[in-house]
Design a protein around this ligand. Structure first.
Ligand SMILES: [Zn+2]
Length: 269
């Protein structure tokens, strides 16, 4: 079997003809294998979904319990056979539950990485290298222009800024799934144990991580009536909320973003 006979790109996504399944399809299909819960990989409306327990849980949090007609849990490292093809999920180190999917048939093995990272992150299982014939890689930050600063150094800047400007609220934009929890973990690991305040859009996912064995400390949802009391506090919100009225109503905000990495940069006053 040649690689493109096992996995091939189609308008609906990466397709495996001999098993009639898609990996991270972009439109509703009968059978989908999902690498992780981010919206550009995990969509609602497929007939059946095979994914890790955590990814299925995250999809239920985001889309409601009936995001698909049929769910099947993929256990780490356990080969699921569909027709003549085997599918095995391995940790991708990206967000809770994120997987690379190894697809094998007739002695050929292809690994579709999904999003992955090799840097340390205690909020999810560590990336696992998988021996294969073909590796299909995501490359979001693959260009040499991306040089990610040391995360501990960025968190130290945040905590220094808090000490320097105790009258200002420190607002950080971070994606609700993965980045926000990693950011909280990094802040906790730096010894900060005060409450961390979060936008309502990420409260459920914070609770989901906690329930799946990722302690995040004292997390509090920002309540409109209490915004004025958040001087000197850390607030995490979706990146889109940083520039809008939501963040401007916080006391004299210092803003920053945690994207592929995190960079703390105060906005000019
Ligand atoms: Zn992702």
């Amino acid at each position: 079997m040649r690689p493109h006979e096992l996995l091939t790109p189609t308008p609906s996504g990466l397709y495996c003809p001999p098993a009639d399944v898609y990996i991270d399809p972009v439109r509703p299909v009968a059978r989908a294998l999902i690498t992780h819960g981010h919206a550009d990989h995990a969509r609602a409306g497929h007939g059946a979904v095979l994914a890790t327990r955590e990814t299925l849980g995250i999809m239920a949090v985001r889309y409601g319990a009936v995001f698909t007609q049929q769910q099947q849990v993929a256990a780490w490292g356990e080969r699921v056979r569909i027709g003549e093809v085997g599918f095995t999920f391995h940790p991708a180190g990206h967000v809770l539950g994120s997987a690379q999917i190894a697809v094998d048939a007739g002695g050929l093995r292809i690994v579709a990485s999904g999003d992955y990272k090799r840097a340390a992150d205690r909020t999810c299982a560590t990336f696992e290298p998988v021996r294969c014939d073909v590796f299909i890689t995501e490359a979001t930050f693959g260009l040499p222009v991306f040089r990610h600063p040391d995360t501990a150094g960025e968190v130290a800047k945040l905590l220094d800024s808090l000490a320097l400007f105790p009258e200002r609220c420190h607002v950080i934009g971070a994606y609700a799934l993965g980045k926000a929890q990693r950011l909280v973990a990094l802040i906790r690991d730096a010894g900060y144990d005060r409450p961390i305040h979060v936008h309502g859009a990420m409260e459920k996912l914070m609770g989901f991580y906690e329930a799946h064995g990722v302690p995040l400390g004292d997390i509090r949802k920002v309540v409109a009536a209490e915004r004025k009391t958040l001087a000197g506090e850390i607030v995490i919100c979706p990146p889109s909320a940083v520039q809008d009225l939501w963040a401007r109503q916080l006391p004299d905000p210092v803003t920053a973003f945690a994207s592929g990495w995190m960079r703390i940069r105060a906005r000019a006053r």
